[in-house]
Every structure is written in C-alpha cells, then in structure tokens.
Design a binder for this molecule. Structure first.
Ligand code: B12
Ligand code: SF4
Ligand code: SF4
Length: 388
C-alpha cells in the first residue's frame, strides 16, 4: 500500500482550523531525506506528516522491557484490574512487544486531541440530564484515530518500503501510557492520565510498532508537583495512592467495562454518569481551557444524542433506538443492556419522583444488571420526601 501527500491532506481536512499553506506542505513532503540509522527519512518529517493528520504530538520510544511494567503487574496483583482479565492474559506481550511484531525495535506514539471545548460535567445543565464522558460524544475514536494511524503508516511505508509496522489504538496488548511517557508525548499524572503541557490530557493515544531503528525521544518531567486536585475530587475514592487507580471503584470502569450488576455499594457514587467520567481530568490545572489550544477532529464534536442526555428519554428508548444511537460511537462498548442499567442507576441518584413509573417498568427485566438497578432506583425514589 502506498499513499502520499494527497491522502494525508484528505484526512487532515476533517480537522478544525485547516488554514495551512498547501504549497508549503507539498514542498515539505518532496524535500530532501536525511539518512537516519536504518530509516530512510528524517524524524522531523515524521512529525510533520503526523501534524498534517491532526496528530498533535508524536514521539518515539525504544522497544525494550521497561522496569515500570512491574507496576502493571503489581496493579493486577492488588486486584485493581477488577474483571479486566484481558490485561493479565496478555501481560507477557505487553512486556515484550517483539512477541506481537517480531523484530520490533521502535514504537511511534501518537496523541490526538478530542476536547471540543464544551462545558465540564460540573457546570450547570438541564435538570434530569445525565453525563456521558466527553471522549465518547462523537464518532468512535478507534475508527478516527485508527484512520490517522493508517495514513501515517502508509506514509512510513513509502519512506521505508521494506520495514514492518503494526498499529494499535487502545485495544491491543500494548501499555500505551507507559510508552507515551517513554516517548516524551506527556507525563503520567497522579490521575494516571498522560498529560501534555500544551494540550492537557484530553488526548487519545495510538501506537505504531516497527522494526525500524528510530531515534528515541526523551521523557518529559512530571509537572504535577504538590497538586492533589484529581485525587481529592474523585467521588468514589478510586486512588489508593497517587498515580494508581483502583478500577473496581472507578465510575469509568463501572459504567463501561463492568458487565451485569453494579455492586450496590458503588451505585450512589456513580451519580448521574451513564458512560465514563471526566472529573479527575476536569479539575486538572493542565486542562484549564484558557491555556489550551483547540483543534480536535470535527468527528469528535458532540452528537446531540450523547451530550448530557435526558435520563427519562433514555429510559423510554427501545433496544433498536438505542442501537441506532450507538452506531459509530465508542459507547457501543457498553451495549444496550449496560447503558440502560447505567440510566437506571442515574435515575436512582437524580431524586426526581417523576422517574418512578419509568424505573418500575424494568424491575422484572430478564437482565439481572437492569432489574437489580431498577429495584434499587425504585427504592431510592420511593424514599424521597413527598412534596407538601
Ligand atoms: C484498562 C483501561 C482503563 C481502565 C483502567 C484505567 C487505568 N488507570 O489503568 C478504566 C476502565 C478505569 C479506564 C478509564 C479511563 N480511560 Co482507559 N484505558 C485502559 C487501557 C485499555 C489499559 C490501561 C492499563 O493497562 N492500565 C493498567 C495500569 C497499571 O497501567 P498504566 O495506566 O499504563 O499504568 C501506568 C501508571 O498508572 C503508572 N503507575 C502505576 N502504578 C504506579 C505506581 C507508582 C508509584 C507510580 C509513580 C506510577 C504508577 O505507571 C504505569 C506504567 O507506566 C488503555 C489502553 C492501553 N492499551 O493502554 C486505555 C487508556 C489508558 N484509557 C484512556 C482513557 C481516555 C480513559 C478515560 C479518560 C475514559 C473516561 N473518560 O472515562 C478514563 C480515565 C480514568 C483514569 N483516571 O485513568 C486513554 C488515556 C489517554 C491519556 N491521555 O492518558 C487510553 C490510553 C486509551 C487510548 N488509546 O487513548 N481505562
Ligand atoms: S474517572 Fe471519575 S471515578 Fe474514575 S478515578 Fe477519575 S474521578 Fe474517579
Ligand atoms: S490534577 Fe494535579 S495532581 Fe492530578 S494530574 Fe492534574 S496536575 Fe497532576
């Protein structure tokens, strides 16, 4: 497969602020190549190619066994991975990336911003509305970031036709944050997210493994300092210590990854979240808007369906209507049942007795996650003080 400047430009066209000088970009791509060890291109060109695709940070790390992988093993041993057994299942691959790309020597890490500059979950909004994490408002990032990596991989293939590449966005057996930190894309914050000093942490990560020997970038300094804002805001107390997240308690895990019943002890803490949680990023000083550039791909713009959706409306949608709304959205991970379960928990937390009849409809549902959440929400709504 070989794709050049035209394809890169086409992909970039989906981005905001597309005001670049086409002539200058074309000149760059036909410019001279500086020989690098084993790679027939200058790595500055790699950065330029990535920028054209809406990748705001790109860095390179060496493929090697990193001692920090022990932290991931400790994390699993402490039970913090909850039921995400897939992490442990392929821990050896995560530790030794040559098992997934034989001969792999370098990994290119890309960061793509997704924040479309809308208000935080803590800002006032319509009564009865729920919260969907901002990363899921628009099109599925696996597709959008995957497309950008495909274009970058095609460009790389043109530069180094005999090299091999393998790319992943989120779902591969790859420790993306560790690699991003090693590649200098950002530092790992106390909330465990990768933070770029300019772009903050509302960034998706993607990686391209290659057998090319590229020059590794330097990691950047941790700028968390004495700040503890993320640790203190977490409504479910999910950080046993800075930098370490206990997924068993995290709203993101409970509303997205966990199948079936949400443990009763965690339901109140979920609040009005029906998919993911942004709180430990919203409070981060590095995400304060005034300081940050904009430039998220337009495909991440909030769909009306998912930006602060109305809980009563969600509970009235039939399976097919929910499925339609989940199309091309990363929210499809939670499936119809998961989303309905989450909407019932949000209803139980919303303190609006008008939701009672809707909630009661699901008390005998054959899905135990749904019926158990409905009965819990029904109890909570019945216990509300009645108006005089
Ligand atoms: C499993 C998973 C989750 C789990 C667990 C999250 C977690 N913190 O581990 C859950 C479902 C909770 C989750 C939630 C979210 N996720 Co997630 N998730 C993943 C996934 C698939 C694997 C992460 C993993 O291996 N975790 C295990 C931990 C131990 O590994 P780690 O995070 O790399 O650990 C590093 C640090 O925690 C630190 N560390 C660990 N222990 C210690 C101890 C000490 C002393 C120190 C100093 C450091 C330290 O070092 C570790 C190794 O470098 C990655 C994709 C991937 N393939 O990597 C996406 C990924 C991490 N998630 C992502 C996103 C966007 C989210 C959410 C923001 C979504 C949302 N809004 O709801 C939240 C963020 C919650 C949070 N504060 O982390 C992005 C993060 C982008 C970024 N800027 O960092 C990723 C990279 C997906 C992607 N391709 O973009 N996620
Ligand atoms: S995503 Fe929400 S629940 Fe999870 S650690 Fe961050 S603030 Fe806590
Ligand atoms: S809120 Fe503070 S401690 Fe948490 S990640 Fe941001 S800078 Fe670091």
């Amino acid at each position: 497969m070989s794709r050049g400047i035209d394809n890169l430009m086409g992909t970039r066209g989906a981005n905001e602020g597309d005001d670049s000088d086409h002539a200058a970009e074309t000149k760059f791509f036909h410019g001279s190549n500086v020989a690098m060890p084993d790679a027939a291109f200058d790595q500055a060109q790699l950065r330029e190619a990535a920028t054209l695709l809406g990748i705001v940070r790109v860095g390179v790390a060496a493929v090697q066994r990193y001692p920090e992988m022990e932290r991931v093993r400790d994390w699993i041993a402490n039970g913090y991975a909850a039921e995400m057994a897939y992490i442990e299942r392929r821990i050896e691959d995560r530790d030794d990336l040559t098992r997934i790309l034989p001969g792999a020597r370098s990994v290119i890490v890309a960061a793509v911003p997704y924040d479309t500059n809308q208000a935080d979950s803590r800002a006032p909004r319509a009564g009865g509305s729920a919260w969907v994490s901002r990363y899921a408002w628009g099109d599925d990032y696996h597709d959008v970031v995957g497309e950008k990596l495909d274009a970058l991989e095609a460009w790389l293939t043109e530069q180094a036709p005999t090299a091999h590449f393998k790319r992943y966005v989120d779902t591969g057996p790859v420790p993306e944050r560790l690699l991003a930190a090693k590649a200098g894309v950002g530092w790992i914050g106390k909330n465990s997210c990768i933070i770029d000093p300019e772009w903050g942490s509302y960034l998706f990560l993607g990686v391209i493994l290659t057998d090319l020997e590229l020059v590794a970038d330097e990691p950047i300094t941790d700028h968390c300092g004495s700040c503890r804002a993320c640790l203190e805001v977490c409504p479910t107390d999910s950080f046993p210590q800075p930098y370490v997240l206990d997924a068993r308690r995290c709203i993101s895990y409970l509303t997205i990854e966990l199948r079936g019943e949400v443990p009763e002890t965690h339901r109140a803490g979920i609040g009005d979240h029906v998919f993911g949680c942004d709180l430990c990023q919203e409070v981060c000083p590095w995400n304060q808007r005034a300081k940050r550039p904009t430039g998220a791909d337009k495909r991440f713009a909030a769909r009306a369906d998912w930006h602060a959706p109305d809980v009563a409306e969600l509970l009235q949608l039939d399976d097919e209507a929910i499925r339609r709304r989940l199309r091309h959205s990363s929210m499809k991970r939670t499936k119809v049942q998961g989303l309905r379960r989450n909407a019932l928990i949000a209803a139980g937390n919303l303190k609006d007795p008008d939701l009672l009849p809707l909630v009661s409809c699901y008390c005998e549902d054959s899905d135990v996650g749904i019926s158990s959440a409905a009965r819990w929400a029904e109890r909570r709504l019945r216990e509300l003080p009645r108006p005089e």
